[in-house]
Design a protein around this ligand. Structure first.
Ligand SMILES: *Cc1c(COP(=O)(O)O)cnc(C)c1O
Length: 403
C-alpha cells in the first residue's frame, strides 16, 4: 500500500480516482475470522459501504455473506457471484417489489424493522407460495456515542422495533403462516470507537433471546450488525479480540450462531481517492487548494464534518501552507479538509486517505460531474480498472430520448 506509485496511477487512469488495495480487503476480512474463530460467524459485508462488483466478488471468494439494504444491492451481490443463501436484507422501507425480488432470489434472512413490514412480507411470501425467513431488528436503546447522523440504536431513531415491543412482535410472527423466525439483530450505529455499547447491545439481545426461549420461540442466530470504527485521524478503535471474547461465551451457552455486518471496517482504510491540484488560491483570510475531487466524490466531510487525512503523493516534501482543500462544486459545504498543513502546487497529486468506505458508494452526479473511475491493486501490486469513468454520454443517457 505504501509503495504504490499513486502519481503513476493518476497519470494512467486520470483523476479523481478511487484506488483499492485487495490485500487490505483480505486482511480486514481475516481479522474478523481470526478474532471470532471460536464461533465461526457468518461475516456479512455491508454492501452500502462500497458496492463495487469487484470488491463484492473478492469478499464472496473469501466466503463472505452480504448485508444489503435494497434490491439493487442484492442484484449487485448476485451479479458479482455472491451466494444468495448468505444475503441478509436490512432496511426500514422495503417495498413489495423488493420483497418479491429477495424471496425469488432465496436470501438467508429478512431483517424486519416493523410490524407493518412483517404483515406485508407474510402477504408477499404467501402470494409467491414461499416462506420468508426473518429476524427482527431490535432497538436496544444504547448510545453508540458516535455522530448523530450515524447513531441508529437510540429510542429516538427510526430504526428497528423497541425492546418493549419485541416479545409481542415475535409472537405475532410465530402465528403467521408464511414467516419463519430464525434470528434477532441490531445495528446501533457506525464508526463506533468504543466497544462497550456493542457489548451492551449484545447483552440486551441475549436477555430477549432467553425470554423468547422460555415462551417456546427458539432462535438460530444473533446478528450484531456492523459499526466497528476505523482510524481516520487518531481515533481509538474497538478491539475485535475483546469483542469476540465478550460475545462468544454468551452465544455458545445457548447454541446460537453469530452473524456480523461490518462495512466500514472491511473497506474504509483499503482505499484512497486521488485528486489533482487545479489551483492554489491565496484569499484574503485563507488559502485554498482547489482540487478536482469534490463532495460528489466524497460526501463525508460535507455530511458529517468527517475528517480525511490528505497528503501530497507527487511531492511529499513540498513546502507546506495552511489551507482549506476544496472541490469545484458551487456549495460552501464542498470541502475535503479544513485548515490543513499541506504542500500543494498546480498539477500535484493528493491522496485522500480512508476513502474505501462511504465514498464511491455515496457519489452523485451533482453539478453534472461524471463519476470517477475505480482501480483495484491486486496482491501482486498490479492495477486494473474495476469501474470506468463516466462519460458525457452516460450523463445524458436517461433523458436525451425525451427531448
Ligand atoms: C450501514 C449498516 C451496516 C454497516 O455499518 P458499518 O458501520 O459500515 O460497519 C450494517 N448493518 C446495517 C443494518 C447497516 O445499516
Amino acid at each position: 500500500m505504501n509503495n504504490t506509485n499513486y502519481p503513476r496511477l493518476a497519470a494512467q487512469y486520470g483523476t479523481p480516482l478511487y484506488v483499492y488495495h485487495q490485500a487490505a480487503l483480505t486482511a480486514a476480512f481475516a481479522a474478523y475470522q481470526t478474532a471470532f474463530s471460536g464461533c465461526q460467524p457468518l461475516v456479512c459485508y455491508a454492501v452500502k459501504a462500497n458496492g463495487n462488483l469487484s470488491v463484492i466478488r473478492h469478499f464472496a471468494q473469501l466466503g463472505s455473506g452480504f448485508d444489503t439494504v435494497s434490491a439493487g444491492e442484492i442484484a449487485r451481490v448476485l451479479a458479482a457471484g455472491g451466494d444468495a443463501s448468505k444475503i441478509i436484507f436490512s432496511g426500514v422501507g422495503k417495498t413489495e417489489a423488493e420483497m418479491e425480488y429477495a424471496l425469488n432470489a432465496g436470501i438467508k434472512c429478512f431483517n424486519v424493522e416493523s410490524l407493518p413490514e412483517l404483515e406485508r412480507l407474510n402477504d408477499v411470501a404467501g402470494r409467491l407460495g414461499k416462506i420468508a425467513p426473518i429476524s427482527f431488528r431490535i432497538n436496544p436503546d444504547v448510545d453508540a456515542k458516535t455522530h448523530p447522523y450515524i447513531s441508529t440504536g437510540l429510542k429516538a431513531n427510526k430504526f428497528g422495533i423497541a425492546m418493549r415491543d419485541a416479545e409481542q412482535a415475535y409472537q405475532r410472527a410465530a402465528s403467521l403462516p408464511h414467516i419463519k423466525i430464525i434470528g434477532v439483530d441490531c445495528h446501533i450505529g457506525s464508526q463506533l470507537t468504543d466497544l462497550s455499547p456493542l457489548i451492551a447491545a449484545c447483552e440486551r439481545l441475549i436477555a430477549l433471546i432467553d425470554k423468547l426461549s422460555a415462551q417456546g420461540i427458539a432462535l438460530q442466530h444473533l446478528d450484531l450488525g456492523g459499526g466497528v470504527g476505523i482510524v481516520y485521524k487518531d481515533e481509538h478503535t474497538p478491539d475485535l479480540h475483546a469483542y469476540a471474547q465478550a460475545v462468544e461465551p454468551l452465544l455458545k451457552a445457548r447454541g446460537l450462531s453469530l452473524v456480523l455486518e461490518p462495512g466500514r471496517s472491511l473497506v474504509g482504510n483499503a482505499g484512497v481517492l486521488l485528486t489533482r491540484v487545479e489551483y492554489v488560491k491565496h484569499g484574503e483570510e485563507k488559502n485554498f487548494v482547489v482540487v478536482d475531487a469534490a463532495m460528489n466524490d466524497l460526501m463525508r466531510p460535507a455530511l458529517y464534518q468527517a475528517y480525511h487525512a490528505v497528503e501530497n503523493v507527487s511531492r511529499p516534501d513540498a513546502p507546506q501552507i495552511t489551507a482549506d482543500i476544496v472541490g469545484p462544486i458551487c456549495e460552501t459545504g464542498d470541502f475535503i479538509g479544513k485548515e490543513r498543513q499541506i504542500g500543494a502546487a498546480q498539477g500535484d497529486i493528493l491522496a485522500i486517505r480512508s476513502a474505501g468506505a462511504y465514498a464511491s458508494s455515496m457519489a452523485s452526479n451533482y453539478n453534472a460531474r461524471c463519476r470517477a473511475a475505480e482501480v483495484m491493486i491486486d496482491e501482486q501490486g498490479n492495477s486494473r480498472l474495476v469501474r470506468r469513468r463516466e462519460t458525457m454520454d452516460d450523463l445524458l443517457a436517461t433523458e436525451r430520448e425525451y427531448l
